[in-house]
Design a protein around this ligand. Structure first.
Ligand code: GLN
Length: 455
């Protein structure tokens, strides 16, 4: 049914970069056969899964939305994908994304435009717009994404779906094409909090292949989501509202829905507490130094020899001219911009002024969160300051995209978990608005419990 749905709508929606109907059907039949033979299979066995193209898989090309990896076939599956397959999930395709996960609209993909299923002239968010659109357009019930600065949560918000960035290290990054390693986190997308939790349980847990993966006995997120289904579970929950996250730039209709959500929470017995986080206003600036610095280092491996594209300049060339011609042709403008920014920020004489200062700001933001969580159980904010903008509306002005990340970036800088769930539509444009909940590191289950109570 999902393959039929993809055939029916994906020409318009543009969520997928690759599908393999035959292989998916064969995998699904394999699950059926095992079930028929009496094997006890997990809750998600046989459920279709869309996979953001940032995760490498053996069944289809893995491009991270870039020409430089066009047609690249990985010899192994990313851990999140391998665990999904082991749980019986059936991969039905790779989803579109901003090139190397740099962006907030999926318009930086080198391959195709993805449209917001709510309104086809609008962006689906980014960088994981393909996964969010696939889920929202009923092309897949579950999807995997990556969140470095909001790429799971912001697409969820603008498409009216649910997305979670787990605690940093909660899900293995092995086989995730790296953007900024100290910020990158793999996580689940779905249409309901419980569905998201079920996928989270499958992919979470320690992995020897990722040295930053946490060796921790995670509680069941699905159990937390089921436990929260009763709104009475909100009684006594202390919900922090960060002054700095309501600052200028929040669209009127987004603000209205957010305030309504707070009023509903307090009507259910939650306590709303105003929180001051004085360093959040520097989060975007710090992030857009740390991310390009790490990205410029991570992307150095695309050298025309080891991976993907190789362009020979006319008349043959030296190692350097082949590398240069390959990168000129293979990287898009946003990727080039960030590599230049990152190498500049890391260069001798500038390192302390830029990268060093940004790292200090990062520590101050972590401290803002720590003192906030002494007073509250969760922090709530609009997931994104605006609803989905029109395709092309931010063209030539990347700063507008960057500023849209102000609400999601703090959680990545601090390594804490964040969940986005839909809370209705904005009056002025009828487009979905997301509520973001954040919790201290390791407390992902708290988000699922509160999220399903609010849902
Ligand atoms: N908008 C953020 C950026 O462009 C999102 C990155 C991400 O989470 N992959 O950096």
């Amino acid at each position: 049914a999902h393959l039929d749905r993809i055939a029916e709508v994906d020409e318009q929606v543009g969520a997928f970069l690759a599908t393999d109907a035959e292989a998916s059907l064969a995998a699904a039949r394999g699950i059926d056969a095992r079930r028929a033979a009496g094997e006890q299979l997990g809750e998600l066995a046989g459920v279709p899964l869309a996979v953001k193209d940032v995760l490498v898989t053996t069944d289809m090309p893995s491009t991270s939305g870039s020409r430089i990896l066009e047609g690249y076939m990985s010899p192994f599956d990313a851990t999140a994908v391998a665990r999904s397959r082991a749980a019986g999930l059936v991969s039905i395709g790779k989803t579109n994304m901003d090139e190397f996960a740099m962006g907030s609209s999926t318009e930086n993909s080198a391959y195709r435009t993805t449209r917001n299923p709510w309104s086809l002239d609008r962006i689906p968010g980014g960088s994981g717009g393909g996964s969010a659109a696939a889920v929202t357009a009923f092309e897949a019930p579950l999807a995997l994404g990556s969140d470095t600065g909001g790429s799971i949560r912001q697409p969820a918000a603008v498409t009216g779906s649910v997305g979670v960035k787990p605690t940093y290290g909660g899900v293995s990054r092995y086989g995730a094409i790296a953007l900024a390693s100290s910020l990158d986190q793999i996580g689940p997308c779905a249409r309901t909090v419980l569905d998201t939790a079920l996928l989270h349980d499958v992919i979470a847990g320690h992995d020897v292949h990722d040295s930053t993966s946490l060796d921790f006995a995670w509680p069941s997120m699905a159990e937390a989501a089921r436990g929260g289904a009763d709104p009475a579970s909100l009684r006594g929950l202390r919900v922090g509202v960060v002054k700095q996250l309501q600052a200028s730039g929040v669209q009127a209709g987004v603000r209205t829905r957010f305030e309504e959500a707070l009023a509903l929470l307090s009507a259910q017995g939650a306590e709303i507490v105003e929180i001051d986080a004085p360093h959040f206003e520097y989060a975007v600036a710090a992030y857009y130094l740390i991310l390009p610095a790490e990205a410029s280092s991570n992307l150095a491996k695309y050298d025309s020899v080891r991976f993907g594209l190789r362009v020979e300049p006319a008349g043959g060339g030296t190692v350097e001219s082949v590398m240069s011609a390959t990168r000129a042709a293979g990287f898009g403008p946003e990727v080039k911009r960030r590599i230049i920014l990152g190498t500049y920020a890391l260069s001798a004489g500038y390192y302390d002024a830029y990268y060093g200062s940004a790292q200090k700001v990062r520590t101050l933001i972590q401290r803002d969160f720590s003192s906030a969580f002494e007073r509250v159980d969760v922090i709530a904010s609009p997931t994104a300051p605006t609803t989905a903008w029109r395709l092309g509306e931010h063209a030539g002005d990347p700063m507008q995209d960057y500023l849209n990340d102000a609400t999601t970036i703090p959680a990545n800088l601090a390594g804490i978990p964040g969940l986005s769930l839909p809370i209705g539509t904005a009056a002025e444009d009828g487009l979905p608005v997301g509520l973001q909940l954040m919790a201290p590191a390791f407390e992902d289950a708290r988000l699922y419990r509160a999220g399903s109570a609010i849902e």
